[in-house]
Design a protein around this ligand. Structure first.
Ligand SMILES: [Zn+2]
Length: 614
């Protein structure tokens, strides 16, 4: 099992429904935008494009152990153009020193900054470039990792590599305090592409496996010189500290599979506005937010938040608010022109009384186990069965609480699905499982109602079929159980003049495969596919592709809002993701979630929309 991912923490957002991986422990991801004018590699980051590029998160200890937080800040920025990849690194340092002067000597004997690049991501013939504060370079190619018998080829030179170092403070003079040193490098793409697959050449959506590291020796100051602190037992220098951009899980950089991803964007780093195809698209473009219940907010607080939404150009909210909060907030929302829908969790249910009184309403796995006693993945993965007519009655009864609320636009269904028979790709390692096909423990539903209904239709009992996971009729049956469930809810809501939308998985091809949502067949007013690329190892362009697939699958006139996962997007990436949604033909975006928006995310959104919050 991958150590890095097992250290990933699970956090539960909102009311504990979303199992998501903590971003801090995930492998790094950086989107590299294009420089719009030449970068002079003098170590001084004064080009306007650098100001536009985003700093990475601060480096962490190589092991990923949060208790070993580095004592000094290190961060990076990247840009690219047709010739070069530009790297800027800022290393906070109270005493800047370096001794190694000869190229290709062992630079990490000094404090250094290190770059690791595997353009085609296959773990062979990858590059390492080290630089110290003198600008001395050690560049080498590794045929494969040391552990796999790889050899370091120090003869390899990255021809045309340019390096600039800028020191804030003194150099090799420990009698004066220093602030930092900055590395500014231009890496010629031609030199990095030698012998690499053409498809890995920097272009829109291309991802490289990369990592960055900093070696920091503990020192003693002796008059004005820096001397490596000795181990009192051996007299030899204490081992160096290794601080990295993407944590490795152990003290070893040479496991390329654990590095992070550098994603190239063809967008200029200074592009701001959304690229609407035409004026009509601009007019109908809508921004929605998923947001929590906030039962404790006063009318004044709601007014301030909703006023901010209005100024920013937000169209509507999908809120978990209870009926009484909804009655309070809707008149305020109407004043600000904000549409309100009730965010309603449908099939997932952990109501203790319901579990006790109607255990037969819950789904049964192919192993014959109830999700009540044996929930998949996490303790709260308990789902109702859509085939059971009593379940539909029960959901309608729960909806009744909302359908008579004046001014409520509609109902937004969430968890309107089976438990994931296959988890999103990036979540499988978190749970330590490989789901290359449908396994019995995650395959639902084999309850009595489902079996009887299928038998009525086909004369076969799914429990007696040799390989039900390969049976098309049985698979289609379950799509249709959900389809007719939604059909009935749609009629029910529309009768009360309420619209009906849903949070769905990406696709519909992926959503069918993972959670049996054939949502292109659903009679909804709006679809919010959750295009959370971090769950699927998707690049930003994946958002465009998934949006386009959904738009194509739906009938004309249906509304699709690309669901974007704010915690996995930097403000600049958020802007790109919105543009990708537009390119894919979305009617707008739906952001998960309001609570995850930083001041800079708001700024990026406003820049996009050409609005400005007060
Ligand atoms: Zn069932």
């Amino acid at each position: 099992m991958n150590k890095l991912l097992t250290t990933a923490l699970l956090i539960f957002l909102i009311s504990g429904f979303f199992p998501v991986v903590s971003i801090a422990q995930e492998a790094g991801h950086y989107t590299c935008y294009r420089a719009s004018s030449p970068i002079v590699t003098d170590g001084i980051l004064n080009e306007p494009d650098w100001a536009r590029a985003e700093w990475s998160h601060d480096f962490v200890d190589i092991t990923g152990d949060p208790k070993l937080k580095p004592g000094l800040q290190t961060r990076i920025k990247l840009l690219w153009d047709d010739e070069n990849i530009y790297i800027a690194a800022e290393l906070k340092e109270p005493h800047v020193w370096a001794k190694v002067q000869k190229k290709d000597d062992v630079v990490f004997q000094d404090n250094d900054f290190e770059i690791f690049l595997d353009p085609d991501g296959n773990g062979t013939n990858y590059y390492e470039i080290e630089v110290n504060a003198l600008g001395t370079i050690w560049d080498l190619m590794l045929t494969r990792s040391y552990k796999n018998g790889g050899k370091p080829l120090s003869d390899w030179d990255l021809k045309g590599l340019k390096t600039g170092i800028h020191i804030r403070g003194s150099f090799n003079d420990a009698s004066k305090p220093d602030t930092s040193w900055t590395v500014e490098m231009a890496l010629p793409i031609a030199g990095l592409m030698e012998g690499k697959k053409a498809g890995s050449k920097p272009a829109e959506g291309v991802q490289w496996k990369v990592n960055f590291s900093r070696v920091e020796w503990q020192i003693d100051v002796d008059n004005s010189s820096c001397i490596k602190k000795p181990d009192p037992l051996t007299g030899k220098p204490l081992p160096e500290q290794n601080w990295v951009w993407s944590p490795m899980g152990e003290v070893n950089m040479h496991i390329p599979s654990r590095w992070g991803r550098l994603e190239f964007s063809s967008e200029a780093v200074n592009a701001e506005a959304l690229k609407f195809k035409n004026e009509k698209q601009r007019q109908v473009f809508q921004v929605w937010f998923w947001m929590g219940a906030h039962a404790d907010w006063t009318s004044k607080e709601w007014d301030s938040v909703l006023n901010g939404f209005q100024s920013a150009g937000v169209h509507g909210i999908l809120t978990q608010a209870d009926p009484s909060t909804l009655r309070k907030l809707i008149p305020i929302a109407q004043k600000h022109g904000i549409v309100v829908e009730k965010w309603f969790v449908a099939m997932m249910n952990n109501d203790k009384d319901l579990i006790k009184s109607h255990p037969e309403w819950f789904v049964i796995s192919r192993e014959g186990k109830s999700c009540i006693s044996d929930p998949a993945y996490v303790g709260y993965y308990r789902f109702l069965c859509p085939s059971n007519p009593e379940v539909i009655k029960y959901i309608k009864k729960r909806l009744d609480e909302y359908l008579d609320i004046a001014g409520l636009e509609g109902i937004h269904l969430d968890y309107i699905r089976y438990p994931d028979v296959i988890l999103p790709k990036a979540l499988q390692p978190v749970y330590g499982i490989v789901q290359d096909r449908e396994y019995p423990a995650y395959d639902y539903c084999y309850c009595k109602v489902c079996r009887d209904n299928f038998q009525l239709l086909t004369g076969r009992d799914p429990v007696s079929m040799g390989h039900p996971e390969n049976d098309t009729a049985w698979r289609n049956f379950r799509y249709r159980q959900l389809n007719s469930f939604i059909q009935e809810l749609s009629v029910y809501c529309h009768q009360e003049k309420k619209s009906l939308s849903a949070a769905v998985f990406p696709g519909p091809s992926l959503s069918k495969q993972l959670v049996r949502q054939e949502w292109d067949q659903w009679p909804l007013d709006a679809f919010m596919p959750m295009l959370y690329r971090n769950f699927y190892f998707g690049n930003l362009d994946w958002i465009r592709a998934e949006t386009a697939e959904g738009v194509k699958a739906l009938h004309a006139g249906n509304f699709l809002y690309s669901g974007l996962y704010v915690p996995s997007l930097t403000p600049r990436e958020l802007r790109t993701a919105i543009n990708k949604s537009l390119e894919g033909g979305a009617n707008g975006i739906c952001l998960f979630n309001y609570e995850a928006m930083s001041v800079d995310h708001w700024k990026a959104l406003e820049e996009c929309l050409g609005s400005s919050r007060k």
